[in-house]
Write a protein that binds this ligand. Structure first.
Ligand code: SF4
Ligand SMILES: [Zn+2]
Length: 275
């Protein structure tokens, strides 16, 4: 257990954050984001929680309850974004509307874009300097390998413990305190600390390419996953050179930071509106 705490402490030290900086923790109710919030608080950082209620039936209700309980336990403020209230429908409806037009799009690809867009905008409105997410060693290994298999390692150019290369007043820097911690260790730690956590997987994550990759990374040892990410660190300067994309601009529709004239969120939602 001490090992996890030391790893996270070391990762946070590398980021050179100030303990005064306001950090908004994206809390889903799962083990990773719960351990992230727990450890940031334990190490004295200035955190508040943020939960997106996706309106996905009893699963979302259980997640919300777990997040509320943990925030109470940690004595931190919780901000709740209710997608039904704010956007008019649950994530399931928004997603199936988009998929009606764009058949090949996977659930998590759509949900991920929408959640990132919400997080950045809300964190900025609330004047947070950082957004902390619960991405762990397994997630990062999977992403790196997926980008390599797609033949696009440059997609990992902005990856790392802290978002690099993105300096923009409208973009909130993201940090990943669990970057070097294996998923199994996080599960054990959350159980040991008796954190209120929803352990079941999201019911909508059924068709993700990531699931296939997860099956593969589950067959690896922690050491092997660490080695893959060591390769990432070694290759990082090269990956940077492969990057062709321009800097950030602002989306012509919503005004949020974007790599293109129209951000990914507006591209998706426009599809839905065009129906
Ligand atoms: S697992 Fe996929 S569908 Fe479920 S909340 Fe996460 S991104 Fe959304
Ligand atoms: Zn937009």
């Amino acid at each position: 257990m001490k090992n996890i705490e030391q790893k996270v402490k070391k990762t946070l030290e590398k980021m050179k954050l100030s303990q005064k900086d306001k950090i908004l923790v994206a809390m889903s109710g799962g083990k990773d984001s719960s351990v992230t919030a727990y450890l940031l608080k334990k190490f004295g950082y200035n955190i508040e929680g943020f939960h997106i209620d996706l309106g996905m039936g009893s699963y979302s209700k259980r997640c919300l309850e777990a997040v509320k309980k943990l925030c109470k336990q940690l004595d931190i403020k919780l901000h709740i974004y209710n997608i039904k209230k704010e956007m008019g429908s649950s994530m399931c409806y928004i997603r199936s509307g988009i998929q009606h037009e764009k058949k090949g799009l996977k659930n998590c690809a759509i949900c991920g874009v929408i959640k990132k867009w919400i997080m950045n905008r809300e964190a900025r409105k609330l004047h947070f300097k950082y957004i902390a997410t619960g991405h762990n060693l397994d997630d990062e290994t999977q992403t790196f390998l997926m980008n390599i298999l797609k033949g696009s390692p440059q997609l990992s150019a902005n990856s790392g413990i802290i978002t690099r290369n993105v300096k923009d007043k409208k973009f909130i820097t993201r940090i990943k305190p669990l970057f070097y911690v294996a998923e199994n260790d996080i599960r054990k730690y959350s159980k040991k600390m008796k954190l209120p956590v929803v352990y079941e997987r999201c019911p909508c994550a059924l068709d993700s390419y990531r699931i296939q990759m997860r099956q593969f990374t589950n067959s690896l040892t922690t050491k092997e996953k660490e080695n893959i990410m060591k390769n990432f660190d070694i290759l990082f300067p090269l990956i940077q050179k492969l990057k062709t994309e321009e800097g950030l601009k602002y989306c012509e529709i919503c005004g949020e930071p974007s790599r293109n004239n129209i951000c990914k969120m507006c591209q998706l939602v426009r599809v839905r509106k065009n129906r």
